[in-house]
Design a protein around this ligand. Structure first.
Ligand SMILES: O=C1O[C@H](COP(=O)(O)O)[C@@H](O)[C@H](O)[C@H]1O
Length: 259
């Protein structure tokens, strides 16, 4: 059963705690499918941004009935919040993870799946991905946020590491302060592999909807710091996720066990 934590949270931030990982996967699939329906009805397409990590396994029910048939997959435009600078066939590739775990099992249109160019350096791949986003804004697939002028994605699906990182934005790293770039690169990621590209906070926070998804015991302390009354003054990257639209934390009961 889902339970909405009656915390003193702003109206645009919700916290859903599910009784198990299985219930979390079911709730997440319904949430994504409902938003896909809404945006396809309203504007004829759905722009969705994936992360790496165990998030992809938690999306598994989208590839099962009823969603595998009911979702209008041909209207999806799929992006990556961050990517490791490795070949697309490499086990560390976030593209490979999503392709194997979800995208190969549903009828998305290959041309609407925007993987990074894995033949480039980290700098080159970030420039190339940002150029791709700029072209998609010019061609009307992406709209700019009226408030920030950065591209506004319909839905971003975020995971969080035990250190509170989201995307490839790590605690204490200067990239947390990036204000101009849409996509940037990191060559000293504390989590391997070291070279990655990542969306910046101005782009993340221009989103209409963000789901921040955490399951299991690995991130309980970071969840507690981000959402509880830990008294910890340090700001985790996950706490910098403050979208123009709506943020929903999806937690299973293990992840929420310190709240
Ligand atoms: O390195 C990454 O880590 C985060 C969190 O991953 P998880 O395995 O703890 O779920 C992920 O969201 C990001 O996309 C990935 O590149």
């Amino acid at each position: 059963m889902a339970e909405t934590v009656p915390a003193t949270v702003p109206a645009k931030r919700k916290v859903e705690v599910l009784g198990s990982e299985e219930e979390l996967a079911a709730a997440l699939a319904k949430y994504v499918a409902d938003l896909s329906d809404k945006f396809v009805r309203e504007k004829g397409l759905f722009t969705v941004v994936l992360s790496g990590g165990y998030l992809i396994d938690l999306l598994r029910k989208l590839a099962e009935p009823p969603y595998v048939e009911s979702v209008e997959w041909s209207k999806w435009h799929v992006f990556w919040l961050d990517e490791r600078v490795v070949p697309k066939t490499h086990p560390d590739s976030n593209y490979k993870l999503a392709s194997d775990g979800l995208l190969s099992k549903v009828p998305v249109v290959p041309e609407n799946v925007y993987a990074i160019n894995d033949t480039l350096s980290a700098e080159g791949a970030a420039d190339d991905y940002e150029a791709c986003l700029r072209y998609l804004v010019e061609s009307g697939v992406l709209a700019p946020s009226a408030a920030s002028k950065f591209p506004k994605f319909d839905l971003m699906l975020l995971g969080m590491g035990p250190d509170g990182h989201v995307a490839s934005l790590f605690p204490g790293h200067p990239l947390l302060e990036e204000k101009e770039r849409w996509v940037t690169f990191i060559k000293d990621s504390p989590k391997p592999p070291p070279q990655r590209i990542t969306f910046t906070f101005p782009v993340i926070n221009s989103s209409e909807y963000i789901a921040l998804v955490v399951a299991g015991t690995g991130e309980v302390d970071a969840v507690h710091t981000a959402l509880g009354n830990s008294g910890d003054a340090k700001k985790l990257p996950a706490q910098m996720v403050t979208p123009e639209g709506e943020l929903t934390w999806f937690l299973d009961k293990d992840a929420a066990s310190k709240l």
